[in-house]
Design a binder for this molecule. Structure first.
Ligand SMILES: [Zn+2]
Length: 414
């Protein structure tokens, strides 16, 4: 017998949660550890208790609700996400993953099903990183990415510390970090991008997250008067820099790296920015991404070779100085092959259209993937829009994604 979630109840819970911190345009504002975040937590923890989950709150305020299995020795099969939002956030980002997990627990209760392994539902503290950095704070501490103390001493713009704000809303938990350890982790989430909707596909089987590298680039030539300086004698920094900017896009579009390569120049500053002065210096940013670490290395290599050629005058016939500063990088995180296949086969078994997809955005699952087998389930969101009050999703898609989550959790907890 195939058990299925109650899509209507899932939708109703999402809408009930969305009443807390509702914004005029139909979105949500529940900044991490605000009074409204506290109210949202209270509501959901109440539902978790009603569903019979044993609640643990750890020292960074992560909430875990555990449903016992037949074998108490086994680590729980965990799902979860976050319920904090952006200042003009939507009703589904994060909340969907938590409500889908809750719906799984409720459904199993309805059918009187006990799994072999326990199941757990996690609500991670401060995923959004709007009010406090680092972003993905609760899962980051849980996974040992940064120390508890770093998170507790983080302050917002008003100088209020995470430690005090956790206490103020009643979620300064006493359980040591890592009290609840997962056997594996599954997270359902809206896609926050346009691919599933464009392809009219209901389930995204997430195979991993893109790696990212950020650079600051400075191209220096020579400022000179735009009139008296002949073209042949110029060292125009902007003319040179535009070649390298084009290269960033061309690298990402190269069949060797497409379709998962990404190349973006997001900020450009021209000096001295005067209409009758040949630009002497250009600063710009570069963002390179790929899901494959080796290919991301190659993208970077191509970029550096192009920069060297530009500096040597091979590209434009004029030498310029090119400086590249490494700003930040995240390694690509492939999800667990077997768990990803489990998600794929559940989608197939339930007759949901599905495709493999990578996440370009950060999620708690990306940190969890460093510690335990991890996979994600994406569902479409309207026009691919998220981090926006108009964020929307189709109840049928949310239900289908929750059913895949249910099936995958049952399979893992056998
Ligand atoms: Zn999210």
């Amino acid at each position: 017998m195939t058990v299925s979630v109650n899509g209507q109840r899932l939708w109703q819970s999402l809408m009930d949660l969305a009443r807390i911190g509702a914004t005029p345009k139909g979105g949500n504002c529940r900044l991490a550890l605000s009074v409204l975040d506290g109210q949202g937590r209270d509501l959901v923890v109440g539902w978790m208790r009603e569903a019979g989950l044993a609640i643990t709150v750890d020292q960074i305020g992560n909430i875990f609700g555990v449903r016992p299995g037949r074998d108490p020795q086994r680590r729980p099969v965990m799902t979860g996400s976050h319920i904090d939002t952006q200042p003009t956030g939507g009703r589904f980002d994060g909340c969907y993953g938590v409500m889908a997990g809750l719906e799984v627990m409720r459904t199993l209760n309805d059918h009187g099903i006990t799994t072999e392994a326990p199941l757990a539902l996690a609500i991670w503290t401060n995923e959004e990183g709007t009010r406090f950095v680092p972003v993905m704070m609760g899962s980051g501490v849980h996974c040992g990415v940064f120390p508890l103390e770093t998170a507790l001493t983080a302050t917002d713009l008003d100088g209020l510390a995470v430690r005090d704000e956790l206490a103020a809303i009643g979620y300064a938990g006493s359980a040591p970090i890592g009290t609840v350890q997962a056997a594996c982790y599954l997270e359902a989430h809206i896609e926050q991008g346009p691919i599933l909707e464009a392809e009219q596909t209901v389930v995204g089987v997430v195979t991993g997250s893109l790696g990212l590298r950020w650079y600051d680039v400075t191209v220096t030539g020579m400022e000179a008067h735009a009139g008296p300086t002949p073209m042949a004698l110029r060292r125009d920094a902007l003319y040179a820099a535009t070649h390298l900017m084009q290269t960033v896009i061309e690298i990402a579009n190269d069949p060797a790296f497409a379709p998962l390569g990404r190349g973006t120049v997001g900020v450009v500053r021209v000096h001295p920015a005067s209409r009758n002065v040949i630009p002497g210096r250009v600063d710009f940013t570069v963002d390179l991404r790929h899901e494959d670490a080796a290919l991301l290395d190659q993208m970077e290599q191509r970029f550096r070779v192009a920069a060297a050629a530009l500096a040597a005058g091979e590209t434009t016939g004029t030498r310029v100085d090119v400086q590249i500063v490494d700003v930040q990088q995240f390694s690509p995180t492939p999800f667990d092959r077997a768990l990803v296949e489990c998600v794929r086969s559940e989608a197939r078994a339930r007759g949901s259209s599905h495709r493999d997809i990578v996440t370009g955005a950060g999620h708690d699952a990306v940190y969890m993937a460093r510690r335990v087998p991890t996979a994600m389930i994406f569902v479409p969101c309207k026009d691919g829009i998220s981090h926006n009050e108009v964020e929307d999703a189709d109840p049928r898609h949310l239900e289908a994604g929750a059913n895949v989550l249910l099936g995958a959790m049952l399979a893992q907890a056998e």
